[in-house]
Ligand binder design. Structure first.
Ligand code: LMR
Length: 351
């Protein structure tokens, strides 16, 4: 027989043990994905979201990533901490795509064409003179055809959260002004990736090489390539004006982004956290659309007033010559990209 006091002590000990166990179980029941998709941590610990990209913070993508950080942390009441890594600090073009699939980074926003390895149809974005203006681009993004294209990424363990614009591409080089297609003959240009861009330069009689964005400045400086194509804002913020003498305004293609998230991470979030992040992404997207126009114009003005680059603004009839020279690219890639996508994109540009 136990004494009364001992019974009391034992009961208290059992009660304490039961309490401790239930507290542990409550904790386990509310675990959330942490920064990595391969493990989960207690809800009390903030969820770390790594958002990596390759451009500088003073670009539309750079600014919107920071806006997303501010809003996501606010709307999730501090449950989420977003770490933004700009300028290929964490990963370059190719590595960031692998990292988001493996969950080493949660969000990236590559230019659409860089998704070519997952689905070659994404090269639609490189078809020369496909979109006459930005409204046509936004209209295409709303189409069912584009939604289907985005859903094709499911099997790569990623999900598209938003589309972010940057702007129209222009050509630059370091040899001579690019005024007619003949001026491209014998020159070599840097491309982001993909066969459509190679074909575009081939149609102009030029060669091309795929070079990661973070390595392009050095490649231009060392003369590995003579020229490149990008938006005014990317040209300005990458300081290509230091190493490229000539800029031709053509608006012949686009640089736009698909903001993609690791799917397992996203699906594993508690509903209130996902809702907060979704709201933050929607607002950051509106903000991005606004700053994309402002920053591109600002950069164009800056490049003009700096006077380092000789800028050629082509007349409509001069642009028509380029358009005609590049036209064969469409027939060449119709079977890769698909008629449905080509037609839907063209239709978006018609009034
Ligand atoms: C490029 O590689 O030129 C661009 O896609 C970079 C970027 O993210 O804007």
């Amino acid at each position: 027989m136990f004494k009364r006091g001992t019974w009391k002590n034992r009961s208290l000990m059992i009660l304490a043990a039961v309490l401790a166990l239930s507290l542990t179980l409550v904790g386990c029941g509310t675990t959330q994905p942490s920064g990595s998709t391969s493990g989960s941590t207690n809800q009390a610990k903030p969820i770390t979201v790594k958002f990596a990209h390759v451009v500088t913070p003073d670009t539309p993508k750079g600014q919107a990533a920071l806006k997303f950080k501010e809003l996501a942390e606010k709307y999730t009441n501090g449950k989420v901490t977003v770490e933004v890594y700009p300028s290929s600090q964490l990963y370059g073009d190719k590595e960031e795509l692998e990292a988001v699939q493996s969950g080493n980074v949660q969000i990236i926003a590559p230019s659409i064409t860089k998704l070519v390895g997952m689905n070659p149809q994404f090269q639609y974005a490189d078809l020369p003179f496909l979109f006459p203006n930005k409204e046509a681009v936004y209209k295409f993004w709303e189409s069912d055809t584009n939604k289907k294209l985005m859903n094709s990424l499911d099997k790569f363990r990623v999900k598209v959260l938003a589309m972010w614009p940057n702007g129209f591409k222009q050509f630059s080089d370091n040899k001579h002004p690019l005024v007619t297609p003949e001026d491209f003959k014998g020159l070599k240009f840097r491309t982001q990736t993909g066969k459509v861009l190679d074909a575009q330069f081939k149609a102009l009689g030029a060669g091309s090489a795929t070079i990661a964005f973070g390595e392009t400045y050095a490649a231009l400086q060392q003369g590995t390539v003579d020229g490149q194509e990008n938006t005014f804002n990317n040209i300005d913020t990458q300081k290509y004006q230091e190493i490229q003498k000539y800029l031709t305004v053509t608006n012949h293609g686009r640089i736009d982004y698909a903001v993609i998230v690791n799917k397992a991470f996203w699906d594993g979030l508690a509903p209130d956290v996902r809702e907060g992040m979704d709201k933050a992404m929607k607002e950051a997207t509106q903000y991005e659309i606004k700053v994309a126009d402002e920053l591109d114009q600002k950069s164009f003005d800056k490049l003009k007033s700096a006077g380092k680059m000789q800028i050629t603004e082509l007349k409509p009839e001069q642009l028509a010559v380029f358009q005609k020279a590049m036209e064969p690219v469409y027939t060449q890639f119709e079977s890769v990209i698909g008629k449905e996508i080509m037609d839907a994109a063209k239709a978006a540009g018609k009034k």
